[in-house]
Design a protein around this ligand. Structure first.
Ligand SMILES: [Zn+2]
Length: 290
């Protein structure tokens, strides 16, 4: 059985209970209705999906979607690139308070805090002082979210873009109880550092590992302990090679797992079972009765 530890299929649902984002970058993806998603998941032997939830600042609502099926869970989401300005920092207490209320009310469905971390991709390159302040604000949010996760013993997903060194420093300083660096695209050396940092750290791999130019990521898969591997799709983006440039669906996590099986020395069944168990342990869940 397979656990998709990071999906955004709420972005492409045809008839969502709540409005979905109407942004241009989502326009190119093919919409599906929930039944189609469920049928496909069953066909590909997907046991659980963790839907990454956008916060109150955007219009998607994965919690509502997570409630639609017993195989769905979700996380709270405050993406680093969305919170690097002063006006959001002023609201930090109310944002965290709101998250806390949601966690308390939805313990059955909210199983983590994702995706938090540092993203230095959209910083103000024209103004050094503002740029540094943006980095500082991201770090403040990072710390507060880790504290919140630790308080409720929830795992966190780490998003890191153009910020490897600072992300590592923050992880060392704020120490999440459990964390995964998701959609991994860094080198083996960084992966080893992450693994050494905590016995409860994981690396999440997505469709990218099937791309021709992703030899560096495949090296990571071959050389880290199986016990630290999780799989995901990060859909509707980044479809595996077979469906490259098309809509990525949560069931395609099977193609990611197949690639991991091909790369590992252990037999395929051991790889699948270990990764399944890793995911359950990570989210503090039990095997579903399917
Ligand atoms: Zn994502």
């Amino acid at each position: 059985m397979i656990f998709n530890t990071h999906t955004h299929f709420n972005f492409i649902l045809k008839n969502p209970v709540c409005p979905i984002a109407n942004t241009d970058y989502l326009e190119k993806f093919k919409r599906q209705d929930l039944q189609e998603i469920l049928i496909q998941n069953k066909e590909y032997w997907i046991g659980f999906c963790c839907i990454v939830w956008s916060n109150e600042l955007s219009s998607e609502n994965a919690l509502e979607v997570a409630k639609m099926d017993k195989s769905f869970y979700c996380t709270l989401w405050l993406h680093p690139e969305d919170h690097q300005e002063e006006e959001l920092l002023n609201k930090i207490d109310s944002i965290i308070e709101n998250f806390e209320k949601l966690i308390q009310k939805n313990k059955q469905k909210i199983i983590g805090i994702w995706e938090i971390g540092l993203d230095y991709h959209y910083l103000d390159e024209e103004n050094e002082i503002h740029k540094n302040r943006q980095k500082e604000i991201q770090k403040i949010f990072f710390e507060r979210q880790i504290k919140l996760a630790n308080k409720y013993n929830l795992p966190v997903i780490i998003h890191s873009r153009d910020s490897k060194a600072d992300t590592f420093k923050c992880l060392k300083k704020f120490v999440p109880n459990k964390f995964v660096v998701h959609c991994y695209s860094e080198n083996l050396e960084f992966a080893k550092q992450i693994i050494e940092l905590s016995p409860n750290s994981f690396i999440g791999f997505a469709g990218m590992i099937t791309y021709k130019n992703a030899e560096n990521i495949r090296e990571v898969i071959k050389n880290i302990p199986l016990k630290r591997i999780l799989v995901e799709t990060d859909d509707p983006f980044l479809a595996p090679q077979e469906f490259r440039w098309q809509t990525n669906y949560p069931a395609y996590v099977k193609l990611v797992l197949d690639k991991v099986k091909e790369l590992r020395e252990e037999n395929a069944e051991i790889v699948e079972n270990t990764i399944w168990q890793n995911s359950l342990n990570f989210f503090n869940l039990k095997t579903p009765q399917i």
